[in-house]
Write a protein of this length. Structure first.
Length: 537
């Protein structure tokens, strides 16, 4: 499972959801946090985020990211909507957030916001095969979306958000009839033009989402039953009930509104605008009832992330070690020869373990050798010719998370010298190393050169190596079949090993066709043949 924290920087509220994502596309919301920051207050008149709202927003985001990290959520996504995308000083705000939290804010377009809302709502209910109208009433914008259970059909973002309408028309409570009428005319004009463009004769149902819609449902349910609403998602409210709440809000001052059972005090000045938009949407399409969804853009962001990173999430599940995971991810992006590379890594680690009295290296160097073996052939993605040099380039330029610069340079050089020229001062990457690191590079490269040679055919013919250390280093090979090519190649690449350790390398082969990489016998009986190979001159 992968932990994801998603932060939705809305015009009215900042939301965070903490989710566990599964590679199969499912996810589980573990926790939710919300702060009604009112980032958009005054923004749409001034076209700027005020210093106060910026400071408030940065502080909230800093606290949320700290909370997420303390809970073990290191992958944090932030997306901002209309207040930020329309403010002339949004760049300043984004820089302040990045500096304070270390997270980059993605400012989404209205169309992208609508798409993400659709993805979120679709996870909360069956939208059926027929077109549904989804209405998300935010602080700065209203997203109208037509979609069914399979796909999004139409989407548009309208500048009819509750804070925007409040700033333009509802500066007093109760508002004047003239201001109310002006607001209703603007809403009607925008809705009519949009629905005409959709050219949809009929909708299966209307679904409304956002905190505004949820609070409206809470008020209506209390009035209807005298009890709190048991579940927001899939609850329904009628046009008649919506009109009644709208009328009460439109004719009340602030103190009277605060006495309305179920009203969130933080929405005392914005719920009227949101309710008017919802009521006029229902009237425009001729529906008498709306269904509430408790999902929105933030859940859509989680779902979108999973869909776009499914392969990476599968790797996370398969390989918990982040260093190995990133190495394998790079190897797969470069379409490496997986069977060969993994087999060479196995042989290299076996040689490393059995020659430890000679080289004196430890677990850290063994890990570098393992990763260099897995990546030694990634250069084929650029060109087979001189692929060892291309492997060095790809490894050093692939931003391997979890490794220091020095480690990446070591792994890349070991891969670089798995064939052809021996490392020397004519090579800049070698020349720039300290004498101690040069020595490590030479030892690891010496081992990898032999291991790679032992799988020259890429058929994993050499199944096991057994090393005997003496005046010479004898490597006894357990083979599946004839292995002359492997032995010849390994012997020709033993030059660096012999130079570094001052000992001759010989190979002895035991051919056993009964051996198998998957543990099953290839034949019922095996013929053991011992072959001694002299060192290359």
């Amino acid at each position: 499972m992968s932990k994801i924290a998603v932060i939705d920087i809305g015009t009215n509220s900042i939301h965070m959801v903490l989710a566990e994502a599964e590679p199969d596309g499912s996810y589980k919301i573990l926790d939710r946090f919300k702060d009604m920051t009112r980032l958009g207050d005054g923004t749409f008149r001034q076209r700027r985020l005020s210093a106060e709202s910026r400071a408030r927003g940065v502080e909230v985001l800093k606290n949320l990211t700290t909370l997420a990290r303390n809970k073990g959520f290191d992958r944090i996504l932030m997306a901002a909507t209309s207040a930020v995308r329309e403010a002339r000083n949004s760049g300043q705000f984004i820089e302040e957030v990045s500096k304070s939290t270390g997270v980059r804010v993605k400012v989404v377009t209205g169309q992208e916001e609508a798409r993400l809302i659709y993805l979120g709502v679709r996870q909360s209910m069956d939208l059926t095969d027929r077109p549904n109208l989804l209405v998300d009433v935010g602080g700065g914008s209203v997203e109208l979306i037509v979609g069914n259970r399979d796909r999004l059909l139409h989407a548009v973002s309208l500048k009819l958000g509750a804070i925007r309408l409040k700033d333009l028309f509802l500066t007093k409570a109760p508002p004047t009839k003239a201001k109310l009428r002006a607001m209703h005319e603007v809403i009607e004009k925008e809705l009519h033009a949009t629905l005409e463009r959709f050219r949809q004769p009929e909708f299966d149902r209307i679904v409304i989402s956002s905190g505004m819609a949820a609070n409206l449902a809470e008020i209506i349910y209390l009035e209807r039953t005298g009890a709190p609403i048991p579940q927001i998602n899939l609850s329904t409210i009628t046009l008649k009930e919506i009109r009644a709440v709208e009328q009460r809000l439109a004719t009340s001052d602030v103190d009277t509104r605060l006495g309305l059972p179920g009203l969130d005090p933080r929405r005392v000045d914005t719920l009227l605008a949101a309710t008017s938009v919802i009521r006029q949407c229902l009237e425009a399409i001729g529906h008498k009832e709306a269904t509430i969804s408790d999902r929105a853009m933030r859940e859509g962001l989680v779902h979108d992330f999973i869909q776009k990173n499914q392969e990476g999430l599968l790797i996370e599940q398969e390989i918990p070690n982040i260093r190995l995971r990133n190495v394998v991810a790079l190897a797969r992006r470069c379409h490496y020869p997986e069977t060969h590379s993994r087999h060479v890594a196995t042989l290299a680690k076996s040689l490393f373990d059995q020659t430890k009295p000679l080289h004196g290296m430890d677990e850290q160097e063994r890990e570098w050798l393992d990763y260099a073996a897995l990546l030694h052939d990634v250069g084929y993605a650029i060109n087979p010719r001189q692929h060892h040099k291309h492997s060095y380039y790809l490894i050093t330029n692939s931003d391997l998370a979890g490794f220091t610069v020095e480690e990446i340079e070591m792994i890349a050089n070991v891969a670089r010298f798995h064939r052809r020229a021996l490392p020397g001062t004519q090579h800049l990457s070698y020349k720039g190393m300290s004498p101690a690191r040069r020595r490590v590079l030479e030892k690891l490269s010496a081992i990898l050169r032999i291991a790679d040679g032992l799988d020259r055919s890429h058929f994993s013919i050499i199944q096991e190596v057994r090393v005997t250390l003496g005046k010479t280093v004898n490597i006894d090979l357990q083979a599946l079949a004839d292995s002359e090519l492997e032995i010849w190649t390994a012997q020709s690449r033993a030059d660096l090993f012999e130079k570094i350790f001052g000992r001759e390398v010989t190979f002895t082969v035991q051919v056993d066709p009964g051996l198998s990489t998957n543990g099953r016998a290839v034949h019922d009986h095996a013929d053991n043949v011992a072959v001694t190979v002299s060192p290359a001159s």
